[in-house]
Design a protein around this ligand. Sequence first.
Ligand code: SF4
Length: 172
Amino acid sequence: MWNTLSRMLHTGLLTEPLSVPAQTAPTLEILQKDLLEIFGRALCIRHVDAGSCNGCELEIQALNNPYYNLEGAGIKFVASPRHADLLLVTGPVSVNMEEALKRTYDAMPDPKWVLAIGDCGACGGVFGTSYASRGGVANIIPVNDTVLGCPPSPASILGGILQMIRSTGIEA
Ligand code: SF4
């Protein structure tokens, strides 16, 4: 045991510092500033998976980890569309989810915004339209903006939210 302790004492830390993408911190700062200036309160998001492969969900989930710290920027996911300002939709709209997506959109209070995530949300992506798929989200409900990618990175999704906030001039 003394040998192990002695080795630990003399070896020190062997791990390398984590490389952090330079654009992430400024993006979060800008997002937070814009939110406070334009919106004046938290932005509440309801997410609907309309038929995705779950790749986009993994990237959206990453937004809630301590690295991206979405809640720290005043943005949070809510369980009910009645509490939501923004609807994030992933995947092509499968026939089975068409009605649920329409009802979710209708349940959101005005003013409301929709962001389609990923190539599938934009145009149906690799799934396209078929007997089981209605294709892009805009085929079913009004869409304000899209974030392309398969899947888009968490930073791209954040950028899309920021762009939408700026372009629509969201006001509380
Ligand atoms: S855009 Fe790509 S990752 Fe996202 S749901 Fe479609 S196939 Fe999956």
